[in-house]
Design a binder for this molecule. Structure first.
Ligand code: SF4
Length: 361
């Protein structure tokens, strides 16, 4: 029997008097770790295949009773409940996942966005977020809890019950670099060819870039990296997001170190009168002039969250200006805004229906 340390990301937080061997969360294990627990490569393969299909191996009829019994002694299941399931007019689905068996208040929102072929699931990495970006409802919650790896993987498992999933984006509630170990473990499980089997290029970790040191940790991941930049000018950016201690140029250099020759995806939420002027587009173009790799802009008109800030009407003009400077630029269509499932609108309690006022820009 192998020793199981409490640092295992599949385990609950330290401080709870539980028996480690009984508390291994199945969804937080890589295929290798599961093989070790089940003491059989064949059993582990069978279980991971069933998990990747969005099914529960504890009750799946095609999993032999002996394997199910072994699972029951070697692992446990992530306690959860679907507290709400909304479907927007455009087909976007939002799940409110209640994880609060271990600690009250652990609720997160997960969004499943259908596309023509396969769907994208937007997962949360934290309950709330301490970064407090001014256009984001999640930021008004403050940080309440970090999620464990199994709680992140659970969201993809639940999404696979709704639709075939091709892409996973860490753009839900929370700043992934503020909960890096759990996010890293979840990406290992999701991209493992014997796990959920997602192509690394179909998994994107999106971050505001809390510091150059934090950004450099992304080098440990195989996934795509997206920078929620929003403005190239330090003063303009400081009025939009809550994290602006480090100069944009230093963060940019760290992102380039991490992505190497892969493209760097840069997200810009356009807010009326705040960061949508021609000079803001030109500042972005200057910041990435002579970049060592391809930079791709993704523009998103801000989604209303009930405060004084509003969506820019200049998205097309802004995109044209970046394209004229030679940058690939796409505009993300707002999805699911009639069920508050759009970017920046996630807030995991019924209080979402009376959105708190955010600080003005
Ligand atoms: S935009 Fe992201 S980093 Fe900013 S407050 Fe919202 S969840 Fe946190």
């Amino acid at each position: 029997m192998s020793h199981v340390a409490f640092e295992d990301p599949a385990l609950p937080r330290p401080g709870r008097a539980v028996h480690a061997r009984r508390r291994i969360m199945l969804l937080g294990l890589t295929p290798e770790q599961l093989e070790e627990r089940l003491e059989s490569a064949a059993r582990a393969r069978m279980v991971t295949r069933v998990l990747a299909e969005g099914r529960d191996p504890r009750s799946a009829e095609d999993v032999p009773a002996g394997v199910r019994a072994r699972l029951a002694t070697a692992t446990t299941w992530t306690p959860h409940r679907i507290a709400r399931h909304d479907v927007a007019e455009d087909g976007t689905e939002k799940l409110l996942v209640d994880l609060s068996t271990d600690a009250p208040g652990r609720e997160v929102e997960t969004v499943v966005i259908p596309t023509e072929r396969r769907a994208t699931v937007c997962v949360s990495s934290q309950v709330g977020c301490k970064r407090r970006c001014h256009f984001c409802l999640t930021g008004t919650m403050g940080l309440r809890h970090d999620l464990r790896a199994d709680e992140i993987v659970l969201q993809v498992w639940l999404a696979r019950q709704l639709r075939p999933i091709r892409n996973v984006v860490f753009m839900g509630m929370g700043e992934p670099l503020d909960n890096f170990e759990a996010v890293a473990q979840a990406t290992r499980i999701l991209t493992h060819d014997r796990g959920f089997g997602l192509a690394p290029r179909h998994v994107t970790v999106s971050t505001v870039g809390p510091s150059p040191e934090a950004v450099r940790r992304l080098a440990a991941l195989d996934t795509r990296v997206a920078w929620s930049l929003h403005a190239a000018d330090d003063d303009v950016r400081a009025r939009i997001i809550g994290t602006h201690k480090h100069p944009v140029a230093a963060l940019r250099d760290a992102f380039f170190e991490v992505v190497g020759k892969a493209p760097l995806f840069v997200e810009v939420t356009l807010i009326d009168g705040a960061n949508d002027r021609d000079e803001d587009a030109d500042a972005l173009a200057r910041l990435f002039e002579g970049a060592p790799t391809e930079v791709r802009f993704n523009l998103l008109p801000m989604n209303p969250i009930g405060n004084a800030l509003g969506p820019s009407a200049r998205v097309d003009a802004f995109a044209s200006r970046l394209k004229a400077s030679g940058f690939f630029t796409s505009v993300r269509r707002t999805r699911g805004d009639d069920s508050r499932a759009a970017c920046g609108q996630l807030y995991a309690t019924p209080r979402a229906r009376r959105a708190p006022a955010a600080r003005p820009v």
